[in-house]
Write a protein that binds this ligand. Structure first.
Ligand code: G3I
Length: 429
């Protein structure tokens, strides 16, 4: 058998050419001519398969990115330590979990050890995308461990990966009410940090991160998820924002002014979820960014997270949302997209587990295809710049267990083993 006869691609074994039966050898006077033809055929077929690169298909319109879980860049010992932690956490979670009355009860999936060696996500991340963002490693809670303690190991690791693969990198995120370290809001004597102290800490953080990464980061989520789901104005202390609680409403403007100094060449993004899904929230963000522009605040891009599902929202609403922010002269990027199999109208009573059969996978493929067509249109109009998916394989998606513990989801372009799903095939057609 020729050494070129198989190529492992996307975790799938794809024959580069069909095995030729032994007896047909006799028809060739010279075995070398067989090798010559098979190599040519192999190279042609190889090129055909390998031209299925997602980012290449859209390179004239927008970059295609993926959120990278730090796990896929870990070595085996690190993965094992994480697995042990997860087992401990799962035990605690199960002990404390109280289902809502009427909520379907799913079987809790026991954490499984991570595969040894490279996971398929790593190869796919390198091959299929020209933009990366850390799923967790660039959040304040991962980095800022004390007034003078910074841990950049996760961020550095991803940046090295991006450079090695000629990819751009985004920063997610500077200011967020979640995954912020607890100490930052405390005064060290059991009380709240003062406004002056918290401002000083935030400023120091933004400038320290900028100093290290300003030349390597194409866009920065400066403020994340600051619009309240209750009244569509700035999330306040009662709605879990200690930033608002201590610094007051102008913390958003200030963060952008500092980010502009710290990252003078990056685009500065205000990022939120459900903007394409909920009209009130879309308008709330519109009012906020309009006001910011009028005040001369250096925001230049709105980030639509786009954690959407198989039904909602309709493509027309996605289009309207992009155009609404575009009408203010802002750019738009899609920052965290996936298409869940579940509509989950009411998070307290999520949909029962469904089959991920051919009909579903084709429907999902069609939905991805229609939305990416809309993205193309909005890129042509000069508004949409980047599209980032929140993960690579279904196995690693944050949607597994959210909002229904024990219910796996199926929202991305590659299945758990890294095989391309129909949605990937549609987007690379
Ligand atoms: O790092 C710990 C590890 O030490 C521990 O052993 C392990 C046990 O499960 O947990 C690890 O932390 C988890 C972390 O992900 C890294 O895997 C946290 O428990 C878990 O809460 C955290 O979830 C992340 C979530 O943000 C936190 O809010 C998800 O991976 C991440 O996908 C998600 O991303 C957010 C965006 O930042 C903002 N928009 C919404 C999006 C989805 O929630």
């Amino acid at each position: 058998m020729s050494p070129f006869s198989h190529h492992i691609y996307n975790g799938k074994k794809m024959a580069l050419f069909t095995k030729i039966p032994e007896k047909s050898f006799k028809n060739f006077k010279n075995t070398y001519s067989l090798y010559f033809f098979t190599i040519i055929f192999g190279v042609l077929r190889y090129n055909l398969v390998m031209s299925k690169f997602l980012y290449e298909n859209y390179k004239d319109y927008f970059r295609v990115g993926a959120a990278i879980s730090g796990i896929i860049l870990m070595n085996d010992a690190e993965k094992d330590e994480l697995f042990q932690n997860m087992k401990k956490r799962m035990e605690e979670f199960k002990k404390n979990f109280k289902p809502q009355p009427g909520m379907p009860v799913f079987k809790f999936p026991e954490p499984q050890p991570f595969p040894k060696g490279d996971m398929p996500d790593k190869k796919l991340a390198a091959e299929q995308f020209n933009l990366v963002v850390a799923e967790n490693e660039c959040k304040m809670g991962s980095i800022y461990h004390g007034p003078d303690q910074f841990d950049f190991s996760g961020a550095d690791r991803l940046l090295a990966f991006a450079k090695q693969n000629n990819q751009a990198m985004r920063w997610h995120t500077l200011v967020w009410h979640n995954q912020s370290p607890r100490w930052i809001f405390e005064d060290g004597n059991g009380g709240k940090a003062s406004k002056e102290l918290l401002e000083e800490r935030l400023k120091k953080y933004i400038f320290t991160v900028g100093e290290r990464y300003k030349d390597d980061i194409c866009s920065v989520d400066v403020v994340n998820e600051c619009i309240s789901d209750k009244n569509f104005v700035l999330r306040d202390g009662a709605d879990r924002s200690q930033w608002f609680d201590i610094l007051g409403p102008d913390y958003v403007d200030k963060a952008f002014f500092w980010a502009k100094e710290a990252f003078p060449n990056s685009s500065l993004v205000i990022n939120d979820y459900n903007l394409e899904m909920i009209e009130g929230k879309r308008q709330g963000m519109y009012k906020l960014v309009k006001g910011m522009k009028e005040r001369g605040v250096p925001v230049d891009t709105v980030g639509l997270q786009m954690h959407i599902n198989i039904q909602n929202p309709p493509v027309s609403e996605i289009e309207q949302t992009i155009e609404l922010y575009g009408s203010l002269g802002l750019n738009v990027i899609v920052t965290e997209m996936e298409v869940s199999a579940y509509v989950d109208k009411d998070f307290e009573h999520p949909d029962p587990r469904r089959e991920y059969d051919k009909a579903f996978l084709d429907e999902q493929a069609e939905r991805y295809a229609q939305i990416f067509e809309c993205f193309r249109k909005e890129a042509r109009a000069g508004i949409l710049k980047d599209v980032v998916l929140w993960g690579i394989t279904d196995r690693m998606s944050w949607k597994n267990n959210f909002p229904a513990p024990g219910r796996g989801d199926c929202p991305l372009l590659f299945d758990g083993d890294g095989n391309p799903k129909p949605a990937f095939d549609r987007l690379t057609k």
